[in-house]
Design a protein around this ligand. Structure first.
Ligand SMILES: [Zn+2]
Length: 486
């Protein structure tokens, strides 16, 4: 790849095609981009042929993810209705946290992602601060920007009902095991707030921010949600929660809050410009208007919603309401491989149809993958254009490989990216000016070795996993019957 170093912190990159702000700006040819101190220092004419066949654009942002190096299918959590699938998470094999995270961060970097939101989902509250340091270490070694969302929950671990009531519906053979291994005592809201402050003290910095992560409103008491709203107002940290992902959640919310679920969250102060709700598939038009009115955003997870049978988000309503939205992979990319460009293409296809009353334009699509996602992850405005002073987060694509059969002048470069770009076309990635992927390889960690290690660790637990399988399947059957009646 044509790039080089001037000195220790100044680098440059030559490309044939610069798409400085896809969907908004035009294309410049034969350009040199210089980086210094984490930012773009200059954009100007380059040497013809120096970056031949390369295309640069701002790195993508994955605004909702769970950073699972070992994919769900590996431990038997097959795709199905979200509420039933979710039970399988309790049976996932314990893995080395650093390796599991470095693997996922590395794959995302290979896919052209410069910033990721990690919605962490451990139930080990006493280990959370140490875990946070390990997760940030993995992100730092890969070189990706990170929002670490601290998991907060104090209700309804097993499903959308009181845990004891749900446990009583389970097979008597399994109740003790489930109580001992899946349930745990919840900390108080006060303890949770101290935990977030402690983690922030330990890990926050130029590449890492910490967020409040009420897992989902159905898993949190009003007291906890209220504390989160107050704390976020006070310290400016962002809040991320899963929000009306499924039709079952919609039914639960309507039964519990007939006066309006999102209205209830807003009345507690939770919905603010610092708020991002993931999924939002089952939001009503009125709720979307309310979220827009509060200046909050929703993170669309299109592949995840297909794989977990949640549906298709009402993005035309988002657009009509002028609501801000971004995109996430949610550890559920369409081919189970963290391919961010495929996720971008899927959103483009699903929401930009000619017959949509408010189609997703290219400008809105890329605003989601750039500006709005960057705000959701890094709590910072203005990302999305490669220009002097902007964060030096740039993905470099092998344009010639994508355009192998193109007749000159018959297709715009952005059209080619939207139609064909995948992880295998990502040649390079710069984040804060640091080159973290070169010729498709992650530079900071040995990804192949880490992947082999994670798979080995998981398979070593095969006997235990296979012995848990019947318990899990019985629990899933119990949940299926329970939700059919909800
Ligand atoms: Zn999620």
């Amino acid at each position: 790849m044509s790039n080089g170093k001037h000195n220790s912190d100044a680098t440059f990159l030559d490309v044939e095609y610069l798409v400085s702000a896809p969907g908004a700006d035009g294309i410049s040819r034969n350009t040199r981009i210089e980086f210094s101190a984490g930012h773009v220092a200059s954009v100007g004419p380059g040497i013809t042929h120096a970056g031949k066949g390369l295309l640069a654009m701002p790195a993508l942002v994955d605004a909702h993810d769970h950073v699972r190096g070992l994919h769900h299918l590996a431990f038997g959590a097959r795709d199905q209705t979200f509420e039933i699938w979710r039970a399988a998470l309790y049976a996932q094999p314990p893995l080395d946290l650093y390796c599991n995270c470095a693997l996922a961060f590395g794959r995302l970097a290979q896919a052209g992602v410069g910033s990721v939101m990690h919605v962490y989902s451990s139930i080990n509250v006493d280990r959370m601060a140490e875990d946070a340091e390990i997760i940030c270490c993995a992100a730092g070694d890969v070189g990706i920007r990170l929002a670490l969302v601290v998991p907060l929950r104090d209700e309804q671990t097993l499903g959308y009902a009181d845990d004891e009531a749900l446990l009583a519906l389970h097979d008597p053979r399994d109740r003790d095991f489930i109580r001992k291994t899946w349930l745990y005592p919840f900390p108080s809201p006060e303890t949770y707030m101290q935990l977030v402050a402690d983690i922030a003290r330990r890990v926050e910095g130029p590449m890492v921010s910490v967020q409040y992560g009420p897992n989902s409103p159905q898993a949190c008491s009003n007291a906890l949600l209220q504390r989160v709203a107050e704390a976020s107002e006070r310290d400016g940290r962002r809040v991320t929660t899963h929000l009306l992902e499924t039709s079952i959640q919609r039914r639960w919310a309507d039964a519990k809050y007939p006066q309006g679920f999102v209205r209830h969250l807003a009345d507690m102060g939770l919905i603010s410009p610092r708020f991002a709700g993931a999924h939002g598939v089952w939001l009503t038009r009125g709720e979307i208007d309310l979220i827009a009115d509060k200046g909050a955003q929703v993170v669309i997870n299109a592949s995840s919603n297909l794989r977990l049978r949640s549906g298709i988000a009402p993005v035309a309503d988002y657009i009509k309401a002028g609501m801000t939205f971004s995109f996430g992979i949610d550890s559920f990319s369409i081919d189970d491989d963290e391919d961010a460009f495929r996720e971008l293409r899927l959103g483009h296809w699903l929401f930009s149809q000619d017959n949509s009353p408010a189609p997703l334009t290219r400008e809105l699509l890329f605003a989601g993958w750039h500006r709005n996602g960057y705000l959701a992850v890094n709590n910072s405005n203005g990302y999305g254009k490669i220009a002097v002073g902007a964060p030096a987060d740039v993905v470099v694509l092998d344009f010639d490989a994508m355009a192998y059969d193109l007749i000159e002048g018959m297709a715009e470069p952005v059209e080619v990216v939207l139609t064909r770009a995948t992880t295998r076309h990502v040649k390079g990635l710069f984040v804060a000016g640091r080159e973290i992927v070169r010729d498709g390889k992650v530079l900071g960690v040995d990804l192949e070795m880490i992947e082999a290690e994670v798979v080995k660790m998981a398979r070593a637990q095969g006997d235990r996993m296979r012995s848990l399988k019947p318990i899990l399947e019985r629990s899933q059957q119990t949940l299926r019957t329970f939700y059919d009646r909800l």
